[in-house]
Design a protein. Sequence first.
Length: 120
Amino acid sequence: METTHCLADAKHIRRFLDACDGNWHRCIYINCANCRAKNPCKETGFLFCPDCRAIPLVLPLSDANVLFACRPESEECLTLLKDSAFLDMYAEFLKEQKIISPDCPCMVLLDIQNKACYDW
């Protein structure tokens, strides 16, 4: 069954869309086909776009499929990264955020970013 609602919070979606100027072609496609998390999520991948401070903003592909008129394709994004390459690239940042969980690191990062939208 196809997802009909977004996992990302509306404020996070706005932040993500601002970072990529509303254009998924300006994002990096993260392929999660070989996720090594002990508790992997059901996502096939994520779109990734760093914000102006180089903080990685992630959007599940299931959300992108709801938000955009056409499905993001890996060949039409800036580039394609395996999840392991993305995690290696941001290893220090993820450690700093204390993302050391058996769950999917991208979903944990999304959860942190969703909660940060309401960090009053």
